[in-house]
Design a protein around this ligand. Structure first.
Ligand code: A3P
Ligand code: MG
Ligand code: MG
Ligand code: MG
Length: 352
């Protein structure tokens, strides 16, 4: 019998919910000097660092032996220039544990009186430095996926996944700015998505205790009409002209939905869009495991298929990157073969 990972699921949900409360409140008071550009010119904020510390703390208490492949590291914060940001991150991380305890947290010794020193918090952030690999069990964490969307007040996702022997077993994503119901875009916002291998894909309220029963998500297995493409909000993150040509070949007339982060996988799982198609600009644009691990299990558990642009399954056992893959095609089953064919055709056209 396959393992159900029930304890891991509850811990991951509690950790992601707590980190989402933090990022949502940080957004309203974020100062200019609380964001910096990393070496690759991508932004990182006190929200990213604090969310990594909060989730790292919860995981470390509940599963002390589990390594973490996390996006952020504390090198800048440990430097002289990072002093002000470090101070703020320490405050935010410790404050995050003054909120009422969630399921199971008391047993792990977390609570209002729980506070860590700056050094402990830097060490927790750096627990994310694990190299990953083909065997064993580890978590992968993207504390804010879609930092650019977060900074614009648009979509972002707090993303956590459990990987065992290169297979994603569990994925939890919190999307504080995502409408609960896509047909009411101005209605309530904030959703949690949870998928455990063999146990389905689910949407839950983002805040524990909020009304609303879990909803099971399934991508229709019949051919869907009026499909549209989901693609990154940032033009530099994928090739829009490539997507346009694929849409043309498939007869897709609806405009694409552009959205930051793995919220695209969540939208696909609940059929807010038909196909997530991501073709990088360059083979050197590396995809990281934390950018796709929880989204991939969510799509598969909702009955969809996810491959790269050549039709290969995403392989999470090569370390921190998805270097064995190029791009992403995720959709419902009947559509996937058509999209893959379209993608191959456009690639051939580009060579001639
Ligand atoms: N110039 C670039 N080209 C391609 N991907 C990029 C990029 N800059 C950042 N990314 C990746 O795209 C992710 C956001 O996903 P999306 O493009 O679907 O919104 C980023 O995650 P972070 O925001 O966690 O850094 C980052 O890993
Ligand atoms: Mg980033
Ligand atoms: Mg990311
Ligand atoms: Mg990130």
């Amino acid at each position: 019998m396959s393992q159900t990972y029930e304890a891991e699921k509850q811990v991951a949900i509690a950790a992601v919910r707590r980190a989402c409360a933090l990022t949502a409140s940080v957004f309203n008071k974020l100062a200019k000097n609380e964001t910096l550009l990393k070496e690759d010119e991508s932004p990182v904020t006190i929200g990213d660092y604090s969310a990594q510390a909060v989730i790292g703390t919860v995981l470390c208490r509940a599963f002390p032996d589990d390594p973490i492949v996390g996006e952020e590291d504390a090198a800048y914060l440990r430097s002289e220039r990072g002093v002000a940001m470090r101070k703020r991150i320490v405050e935010l991380t410790n404050e995050a544990f003054t909120a009422p305890l969630q399921l199971g947290e008391k047993e792990w010794g977390l609570g209002p009186s729980y506070a860590q020193s700056p050094e402990q918090i830097m060490d927790i952030i750096d627990r994310g430095s694990y190299s990953g690999g083909r065997t064993g069990r580890f978590w992968t964490l993207d504390p804010i996926d879609g930092t650019k969307g977060f900074l614009r007040g648009e979509q972002y996702a707090v993303c956590l996944a459990l990987i065992k022997d290169a297979r994603v077993e569990l994925g939890v994503m919190g999307c504080p700015n995502l409408p609960v119901d896509a047909s009411s875009p101005d209605g309530a916002r904030g959703c949690l998505f949870v998928a455990a291998r063999g146990a389905g894909a689910w949407q839950l309220p983002l805040t524990a205790g909020d009304p609303g029963a879990p909803v099971r998500l399934t991508i229709p297995t019949c051919a869907q009409d009026a499909l549209n493409l989901l693609e990154p909000a940032e033009a530099t993150h994928s090739r829009r002209s490539f997507n346009e040509r694929v849409a043309e070949l498939l007869g897709i007339t609806r405009a694409p939905t552009r959205m930051d982060s793995q919220a695209k996988y969540c939208a696909l799982a609940r059929s807010d869009g038909g196909v997530y198609l991501r073709i990088p600009h360059d083979v050197r644009d590396r995809a990281m495991i934390w950018d796709h691990a929880p989204g991939s299990v969510l799509v598969e558990e909702a009955g969809g298929i996810i491959t790269d642009s050549r039709g290969l399954p995403l392989y999470f056992g090569l370390g921190r990157t998805l270097d064995g893959n190029f791009g992403v095609i995720a959709s419902g089953k009947p559509v996937h073969a058509q999209v893959l064919e379209g993608v191959k055709k456009v690639m051939e056209e580009e060579l001639t």
